[in-house]
Design a protein around this ligand. Structure first.
Ligand SMILES: O=P(O)(O)OC[C@H]1O[C@](O)(CO)[C@@H](O)[C@@H]1O
Length: 241
């Protein structure tokens, strides 16, 4: 595991965007795994800037998002689909057919999950996966559990996560309690992973990810077993390392 400790959120975002941009420059048809939440917003902003500068071209890029809330339509402003359009896709030349985000409204969730895995495989697997981390150590929406859930699946969100994500909703009651998420195996199959974290609130999760026991009770700890992971963490998130 490589650990880049940077000064602040801005530097974290710039470094992460540069890694994603290099990936696209070196392989124009890269398959990129994407995350949502507050953490990668600065990275998306920087990627849009690099695109506007003419430094990167998304024509051949394919993307797969980690997760989506169950029961939210893509037009719902709280959906991760909406988030991705707002923060990245509406501002770059990615082809709509190359964007993949789990459908939270799918009639059969089981089929949706199988299909998602199949599409990732068909695309040749994920070249670079971007991850954020929950305060409880979740990656994607893989919550602390007694076992590592392998593939894309339906997740019941932890009270902790519901509380943390309620900041994006009008009230806590509006936060969906279920989500579709790539599994740990799906994430671990990515050829390269970058995990971003900023702020004191993530310090304990980062400490346990790097130095803790590998256990499904701290999902991100599994990354210790991946051959090519880079953590890009600001000083506050790295404060317990
Ligand atoms: O970046 P935030 O908003 O702290 O969220 C942490 C993680 O939780 C999620 O919102 C749930 O998957 C991720 O998108 C994110 O990486």
């Amino acid at each position: 595991m490589k650990i880049l400790i940077v000064n602040d959120y801005t530097e974290m975002s710039r470094k992460a965007a540069n890694i994603v941009a290099s990936q696209i420059i070196l392989k124009n048809d890269s398959v990129i795994g994407l995350a949502t939440g507050d953490t990668p917003k600065g990275m998306y902003k920087e990627l849009v800037r690099l695109y506007n500068n003419g430094d990167i071209d998304f024509t051949e890029v394919k993307t797969f998002n980690l997760d989506e809330y169950y029961g939210l339509d893509k037009t719902n402003s709280q959906s991760y689909h909406y988030y991705m359009m707002e923060n990245l896709f509406n501002h770059v030349n990615i082809k709509r057919e190359n964007i993949n985000i789990p459908n939270g409204m799918a009639e059969s969730i089981e089929k949706e999950c199988e299909e998602y895995e199949r599409k990732i495989e068909e695309a040749g697997g994920i070249d670079l996966q971007v991850l954020g981390i929950g305060r409880n150590g979740h990656i994607g929406f893989n919550e602390p559990d007694l076992k590592f859930e392998a593939k894309t699946h339906l997740v019941r969100l932890d009270d902790d996560t519901i509380k943390a994500n309620s900041r994006f909703f009008e009230s806590i009651e509006e936060v969906p309690t279920l989500a579709i998420s790539m599994g740990i195996k799906t994430i671990m199959h990515a050829r390269k992973i970058i995990l971003l974290a900023s702020g004191e609130g993530k310090a304990e999760a980062i400490y346990k990810t790097v130095k803790g026991k590998i256990t499904p009770e701290m999902p991100a700890s599994v990354l210790q077993l991946h051959p090519d992971v880079t953590l890009i963490v600001d000083k506050k998130a790295a404060s317990l390392l």
